[in-house]
Design a protein around this ligand. Structure first.
Ligand SMILES: [Fe+2]
Length: 290
């Protein structure tokens, strides 16, 4: 089904309502008119000088501590959300993205069960969000969609949002929502805050996949080495505590079934590998290339 994203003007924002209706119930939404930045001062040179880290180029973002800086301030309601007890916030929860026109982020959902609050600072982006109720197939042991170059989102089969964000739009992307993102402006700059709920959500197949994978990574450490580049010991910013909570309802049998299900994705991955790799290379090459 084609879904329409709700938009709330910042001036009309009632925090409790916003929190319950969207963040707590894990529904995407845009708050419009969040000008928490000085667009006059933001230049690609400034952003590179402030955040650039070559190692992060491939991933696509610059990490930053949760502090206001001279051009980007953290909106109060974002701080209020990140301060809630029910969320775990990592040491560097702010991510700055900068991409040129034509840059495409392949469909994926964020690891570490991350919720994201993404502020469009400059430029324009087209977002295609797929609900975890109708997820895309997953690349084995990873968070990227296992789909080809010419994949079409069929609204008869998938629950999808398809919309654009411009400067001042702050988008909430709940955990496990696949997102494919196209940069439409000359310079596209986004600031993203990420946080992980301390409790798992097994109401969707991707939520169940995640807890099974957490159990797998915890029980068979070779899986981390073989398949996952991120540091498992700091899962969701809290590490062991969250690893225990997320994996505690997963039986050993269920974990083994997950392992086998991931392996079963390899034939399809082999068929699509070339296409996925070339798209991933374009993604890396163009990050920050403005
Ligand atoms: Fe993402």
């Amino acid at each position: 089904m084609k879904l329409t994203i709700d938009r709330i003007p910042y001036g009309d924002l009632n925090f409790d309502e916003y929190f319950d209706k969207y963040v707590k119930s894990q529904t995407p939404v845009i708050v419009e008119g969040v000008y928490a930045f000085d667009s006059e001062k933001i230049t690609p040179e400034y952003v590179k000088q402030k955040f650039y880290n070559e190692e992060k180029k491939e991933l696509g973002w610059f990490d930053s501590e949760l502090v206001d800086n001279d051009i980007i301030t953290i909106p109060q309601f974002v701080k209020d959300i990140l301060n809630k007890d029910e969320f775990s916030v990592r040491e560097f929860p702010m991510r700055v993205f900068m991409q040129p026109y034509g840059h495409v982020t392949l469909p994926h959902y964020d690891g570490n069960s991350l919720h994201g609050l993404n502020l469009q600072v400059l430029g324009e982006k087209r977002w295609i969000l797929t609900s975890p109720n109708t997820p895309l197939p997953c690349t084995p042991f990873m968070f990227a969609g296992l789909v080809g170059k010419h994949f079409e989102y069929d609204p008869n089969k998938l629950d999808v949002y398809d919309f654009k964000t411009g400067p001042g739009d702050l988008l909430f992307i709940p955990r496990y929502y696949f997102h494919e993102v196209h940069s439409l402006g000359k310079i596209n700059l986004n600031n993203n805050w990420v946080f992980t709920p301390k409790t798992p959500d097994e109401s969707t197949s991707l939520g169940r996949r995640e807890v099974e994978i957490v159990k797998l990574r915890k029980s068979w450490p070779f899986v981390n080495k073989a398949f996952f580049p991120d540091k498992f010991s700091s899962y969701g910013g809290q590490g062991q505590e969250l690893i225990e909570t997320y994996s505690k309802n997963v039986s050993y049998f269920r974990m083994v079934v997950r392992f086998l299900r991931e392996l079963a994705g390899y034939p399809k991955l082999i068929i699509l590998a070339k296409q996925i790799k070339s798209r991933a290379n374009d993604f890396s090459k163009n990050n920050f290339n403005v």
